[in-house]
Ligand binder design. Structure first.
Ligand code: PRX
Length: 629
């Protein structure tokens, strides 16, 4: 095996698990020979109300359709089918509150009861097939119930990460035309209350589509309730409307399951659209194969359901495989940096799936914290969201996995819905590489003109084959879907990342090629940060860039041109940072603010962020021929 990083790890398949893919090369070859057969076989492991006529309809690319003619509902496969078998009383969801004393567990049987209750409530409020519902909840069990209740009724959920501000929430509610919002009084963030309901109230001042708001009581502080619009969830569930069974709606495989807003390079966030059938088959298969899910596993994905990782691998994927999924309300270091390790020990977690930024933040506290805990239950580790640097990989492998647990570094996106480049536990691993494209997929690295670059060279990462969990379009914007992903290289999906492939066919993702910044694994657009800044009275123009950061991967740095009459000062810089935190999200708060006389622009008026970045890093500014002055 040749090397780019200089290192190859050969996991012990017996210890790590290779139950589902004992021979990855044989499976890779057979899936490559007939990808549609591979996917049809996986789909057959799930239940359908009506079988498909065609596995893939590629008659109108890039509008691909999967399992056409079939009828199913993802909730039937996540819950209903488990109720008549041995999983009925198996734990489906274990939840622990930030304070460590609140905890709940739900078997598949009791998860069904909770989801049915919420579905009955939604139905009584007039929610039917195709309606949009915005979910703005903390990491509490109700976020899972709400997503599944929507899906059960055939309604389309739009989950908004509960760290977004009123402006961001309002934009997303307005764009989706949601008629219902499900929220909570507040969420716990490092022991303090984040007042979610107040944010919803502010967002709804300009959201005419919303008829009702359901409020889950979590923090218990006083909140203002609009008597005509707002309803406590516990009051609703006490009513007769919440009682009794609720049928799971049969859905066409191509019916929309959810939309999820994510940042793009320009303009407003785009709503990625996923469907019941293909998304179900894709998340089920990738989780089962890559993490070798077994009956006795306790699976912990630390992501928030407000992001795609939470959708695919905290909620849907684990339930589809009949696993026990673990959800923790808090973060890794509150009140002490052993919080996660304590939970792994106490609950016997077998697989931890998290982001490199969390590993880096925990590394800073030293090995003594994890070493206090018995984490021998761990079998596999996972990484997602950004490239994992070798130092973090080794710490994760040695200190958390005790050198026994292979790390599954999974590359994928909100758009892809499921893993695209990832290893399986029976495969040699190279720290920092996600390995190879998933079974049935092919990836390439292209130059500007669309020619494959030689191995080892950097270029644009593209995916060549359609896959079941692919986005179907951007909600209400087919044109932007085609332009963003399929126009640079017709027939190939442009990921927006730069990458290299080595001589062994392993892929090494480097980072975004567009104006998306990954901050602590969260995806933010420069345009969103800039528009939050220009809403401040002192700001005439703004440009945001990402600069390398030891823990966050990238941190946001902004350049601001002030309006006439305003003077730059440290106090104003601080005010601008806070302004972005309150108008977009605390996760988008810039680390640095620079005041500038003017911004470097092209003759057509586009800000040259590349030049700002080179200047901030003291690097060569490159080709400046298009610079205006
Ligand atoms: O740049 C890649 C990075 O995250 C982007 C997708 O972000 P998002 O849609 O928020 O989804 C994140 C979770 C799936 C990608 O374009 N990325 C994601 N996973 C990895 C990664 N970069 C390197 N290695 C990864 N494992």
């Amino acid at each position: 095996m040749s090397e780019l990083s200089g290192e190859v790890f050969y996991p012990d398949p017996a210890a790590a698990g290779a139950a589902h893919v004992p021979d990855h090369e044989a499976l890779r070859a057979s899936a490559a020979a007939d990808p549609l057969r591979f996917w049809a076989d996986r789909a057959s492991e799930l239940e359908w109300f009506k079988p498909w006529e065609k596995v893939l309809d590629a008659s109108n690319p890039p509008f691909f359709k999967w399992f056409t003619g079939a009828s199913t509902n993802i909730v039937h496969n996540c819950i209903d089918r488990h109720l008549s078998g041995p999983y009925k009383n198996k734990l489906a969801l274990i939840w622990v509150g930030e304070n460590g004393t609140d905890h709940e567990s739900y078997s598949y049987f009791s998860l069904n009861r909770e989801v049915t209750k919420m579905a009955n409530v939604l139905r009584a409020m007039g929610v039917t097939k195709g309606d949009k519902v915005t979910i703005y909840l903390p990491r509490i069990p109700e976020v899972v119930f709400a997503m599944l209740a929507c899906a059960k009724l055939g309604a389309v959920h739009s989950v908004i990460f509960a760290g977004f501000s009123a402006d961001a929430l309002q934009d997303r509610i307005g764009d989706s035309e949601s008629k219902l919002v499900i929220t909570a009084d507040g969420s716990w963030v490092n022991g303090s209350i984040f007042r979610l309901k107040d944010i919803v109230d502010e967002a709804l001042r300009f959201s005419p589509s919303v008829e009702n708001v359901i409020v889950v009581r979590r923090t218990g502080h006083e909140v203002v309730m609009d008597p005509l619009r707002d309803h406590w969830y516990h009051d609703l569930t006490a009513l007769p409307i919440a009682k009794g069974p609720c049928a799971t709606e049969p859905m066409d495989a191509e019916d929309t399951l959810f939309i999820l807003y994510t940042s793009g390079s320009t303009g407003k966030p785009k709503a990625i659209l996923h469907t019941h059938g293909g998304y179900m088959v894709g998340t089920y298969t990738t989780l089962k194969y890559t993490f070798d899910i077994r009956d006795e596993d306790r699976w912990w994905c630390t992501a928030d359901p407000g992001w795609i990782t939470g959708h695919s691998y905290l909620v849907y994927g684990p339930l589809l495989t009949g696993a026990t999924t673990f959800m923790f309300e808090g973060g890794p270091t509150y009140p002490y940096p052993n919080r996660w390790w304590q939970l792994i020990e106490h609950y016997g977690i077998t697989t931890l799936y998290t982001a490199p930024t969390a590993i880096r933040s925990l590394m800073r506290f030293g090995e003594a914290w994890p070493n206090r805990h018995d984490m021998s239950s761990l079998r596999l580790l996972g990484s997602v969201g950004e490239p994992i640097n070798p130092e973090a990989w080794h710490w994760y492998h040695r200190v958390i996995g005790k050198g026994r647990c292979p790390i599954m570094d999974t590359w994928w996106q909100t758009e892809t819905g499921m893993f695209q480049i990832c290893p399986v536990p029976s495969m040699p691993l190279k720290p920092g590489s996600g390995g190879k494209p998933f079974f049935g997929q092919e990836a390439e690295i292209l130059d500007e003109a669309g020619n494959p670059v030689p191995d080892g060279e950097e270029g644009f990462l593209v995916l060549k084959n359609p896959w079941p969990a692919m986005l179907r379009t951007l909600y209400k914007d087919d044109e932007r879907y085609v332009n963003t992903y399929w126009s640079k290289y017709p027939g190939k999906y442009l990921a927006g990342d730069s990458a290299r492939r080595d001589a062994d066919g392993y892929f090494w993702v480097i980072g975004r090629t567009d104006d998306v910044i990954k901050v602590s694994g969260h995806r933010l657009g420069t345009a969103e940060v800039e528009s939050a800044l220009v809403s401040h009275p002192a700001v005439a123009e703004a440009a945001a860039i990402g600069l390398p950061h030891d823990v966050k991967g990238h941190a946001i740095h902004v350049f601001v041109v002030l309006r006439m009459g305003f003077e730059s000062s440290p106090a104003l810089a601080e005010d601008l940072r806070k302004h972005v935190a309150t108008h977009l999200s605390p996760i988008a708060k810039p680390d640095g603010v620079d005041f500038a006389e003017k911004l470097p622009k092209t003759r057509s008026g586009k800000i040259m962020r590349r030049v700002l970045k080179a200047r901030a890093l003291g690097q060569d500014e490159g080709d400046l021929t298009t610079l205006d002055e």
